[in-house]
Design a binder for this molecule. Structure first.
Ligand code: FAD
Length: 380
């Protein structure tokens, strides 16, 4: 994508994703948000479209969805329902992790089901006392013969309770700092693994965010992903993906906001004319459009670097994440303003867009943490 334009194939993917999202996600997005319900059938439909399968760097030529194509799909899903797009973040990440670090048995057991939507994935790192400071996590995995015994609590797990397979970060060496963290594949239904509080959230309310509780949860040692002590490395590489997906959903939200703002401004009449005629609002929409396009191009560029496995991918996914989520927060706020009092009401989608935009600045590493990542990359 060196000429800043989508290829014919990418335009077709975008169109297909847009038609699908407008038909299957948009009509129920507000209601699912209001009722805070996760609709598994929507995820299954997304998977049946081929949108939830293995992501691979296109340059390896091994099939799978390229990062760039997935970003295009995520933008279209988020344009119609941000919560449905967010559901895919950990689901895609867990597949890449299994592909990169899993044994033949892990791949045979899980990849097909995750790819076709029979299984839903989740990623559990955050704990009540360990958010940005990942290395301080306390969940313990103790080796006993050919098993590990997990004890601890994870919080804020996207898809928590609904997912079938969890990538869980736990300490195998409690004194080893980040080098003491290991990654485990834990199946829903495993004895000693239960679900705690389901969060009541500001936005993306039809995506479940839940606490996970491990109490003497015994899993086969073969469920270790990678080697002992590799969990932090796995998590950090996964973060490049998650940040990119987050940027793409922010762009999708921004696109939805701008379209609604333009349409409304042409219809709403005050002082005997459409409010679109007022230069104050025209300037606002011009700024929104420029902000959105800048975020979109940065996101595409970051996706392209991921596809090329370029060493600058970490810097650019972090920049895309914080820039695009800040953009979404700015322009959804402007969108509400253009709708006036109606923007504040639940009868219109603007207030939902604004609520949904906020999470982009927080999860998958807060924007402050992203800036630390970028600064480290610039200054090293
Ligand atoms: C809806 C939702 C879904 C989530 N899904 C998942 C999931 O699926 N899996 C998962 O593992 N986690 C998930 N998270 C957790 C998320 O990644 C964390 O909330 C996030 O990383 C921040 O951690 P924290 O909330 O503990 O905030 P803290 O780390 O306590 O941060 C509080 C404030 O301090 C700032 N801060 C912290 N350290 C620094 C620093 N060094 N320099 C400057 N500022 C700093 C932060 O930017 C923030 O503003 C989710 C969170 C939410 C809200």
């Amino acid at each position: 994508m060196t000429d800043f334009r989508l290829t014919d194939e990418q335009r077709a993917i975008k169109e297909t994703a847009r038609k699908f999202a407008e038909k299957e996600l948009a009509p129920t997005a507000a209601q699912r948000d209001e009722e805070e319900v996760f609709d598994r059938e929507i995820f299954s439909k997304i998977a049946r479209m081929g949108f939830a399968g293995l992501l691979l760097p296109a340059c390896r030529g091994e099939g799978g969805i390229s990062y760039t194509n997935f970003v295009i799909i995520e933008e279209e899903l988020a344009r119609c329902c941000c919560a449905s797009a967010v559901c895919l973040f950990p689901h895609m990440v867990i597949q890449t992790c299994i592909y990169r670090w899993g044994t033949r048995e892990h791949k045979d057991k899980y990849l097909e089901g995750l790819g076709n939507g029979a299984l839903l994935g989740a990623f559990a790192m955050t704990e009540p006392h360990a958010g940005s400071d990942v290395a301080s996590l306390r969940t313990r995995a103790l080796r006993e013969g050919d098993t590990y015994v997990l004890n601890g609590t994870k919080c804020f797990c996207t898809n928590g309770g609904e997912a079938d397979l969890y990538l869980v970060m736990a300490k195998t060496d409690p004194h080893g700092g980040h080098k003491g963290i290991s990654a485990f594949l834990v199946e829903k239904g495993t004895k000693g693994f239960s679900f705690g509080k389901k969060e009541k959230k500001m936005g993306i309310r039809s995506n479940p965010t839940r606490e996970l509780i491990f109490e003497d949860c015994r899993i086969p040692a073969a469920q270790l992903l990678g080697r002992e002590g590799e969990g932090f490395k796995i998590a950090m590489i996964s973060m490049d993906e998650a940040r990119l997906f987050s940027a793409a959903t922010s762009v999708g939200l921004g696109q939805a906001t701008l379209e609604h703002a333009i349409n409304y401004s042409k219809e709403r009449v005050q002082f005997g004319q459409a409010i679109a005629n007022f230069q104050g609002l025209q300037f606002m929409m011009a700024e929104m459009a420029a902000d959105l396009e800048a975020a979109r191009l940065l996101t595409w560029y970051a996706a392209d670097l991921m596809d090329r496995e370029d060493k600058l991918a970490t810097r650019y996914t972090a920049m895309a994440k914080f820039f695009a989520s800040d953009m979404a927060m700015r322009i959804t706020t402007q969108g509400v303003q253009i709708f006036g009092g109606y923007g504040y009401m639940r009868d219109y989608p603007m207030e939902r867009y604004m609520r949904d935009a906020k999470i982009g600045q927080i999860f998958d590493g807060t924007n402050e943490i992203q800036k630390i990542v970028v600064a480290r990359s610039l200054l090293r």
